[in-house]
Design a protein around this ligand. Sequence first.
Ligand SMILES: [Zn+2]
Length: 404
Amino acid sequence: MLVMGVVFYLESDLPSEAKFLLEDFRLAVNNAIRAGLQARVTSRNALCKIAYRDFRERHPRMYAQHLVSAFEVAGSVLKNHRKRVRKGVTCRIPYVKRLMMKAENQAYKLDRKSGVIDLPIKAGCHVELRFTVSQYHRKYLDDMSLSLGSLTVLPDRVIVAFRKDAPKPYTPDSVISLDTNERSLDGVFVEGDVAKAVKAEFPDIAIIQQRHHDRRKRLQKKKAHDRRTSRNLCRREGTREHRRVDYRLHQVANSVLKFAEERRSVIVLEDLKGFKSKRSKELNRRLSMWPRRKLHQIIEYKAQWRGIPVVKVDPRNSSRTCPMCGRIQYSRMGAEFVCNCGWRLNRHINASINLLQTAISRGMAGGLWFNPGAFQHDVMMILYEPAMAARSEPNGTSGIVGVT
Ligand SMILES: [Zn+2]
């Protein structure tokens, strides 16, 4: 089952009854966390057993379903906590600060025509939540093959989980292989006997990261005497950076997927799992690795949702191998890969050809074939460039639903 979280922004302020509910919910979560820590349990049912009656007495009219989902949220917080403790990371006792609540799909009603949500608060009290519904939202609301999952309520917005069974990926007619770099995806698109270079450029992401990084450093220096302010300002910077980068990553992923879907391609990506960041260079690494992994995550998830096949291959030596003669070059290279056999090509595109050949040799490319000799050196197809980032729909974002 696949889940896509769709964000709806509230038309007006959250009704006060709902605000109280959020606060009650947070209280329930934090109480359950405390009870769970004491009793050393993390499952929803176990938490229910030990904390339900207590909380029921204190909030006799609260909707019982909400209580149960509070235990579920507490359970996932506890599980994360336990994981960190086991890893040996020192951490404080978990505590949910953010105002939020989660309602399971039986515990709210969404009118898919009007986009109005009916949320029960307690016995005899419901509130209606109204949202700005854009074309983007319509796509999910009108698609009746999607069922509704949980609802997450935040002070200014809600996230509705739409669910469906994973569609079976199509049999590919072509293949697009992409090498992931700090500022671009570079690759090769093969259809029949024709192979062309493709590129999706996102130089602005590295620029945004660098700018926010510098700004954070400056803030830390300036507010060195006031750690609390410094921390808050830095966190705000972090959130902003995250949003701006995320937005661009989604754009890049969307254009790659659109291209692949139209040509019924299988997408080949490098498996980034093997890369482990070293502590000493952690910051540098983080600057460059995080958005790449995130981009892959977005591409993979959206592809699964749309039934586009994606394969991931081991990138070892992909940037050093000559696809023509198979020789591995250990000397340093410039922007161009040059081999003694006469083969020369842009280093990144060369890497993507090697990824493709790995995929083919493992039988992962849907039986498609590729001959490096057929590569057209003079053609470049642009999948994405920053000029395409103009916002078309300000109200919609979608993403992977995770446990917060
Ligand atoms: Zn060669």
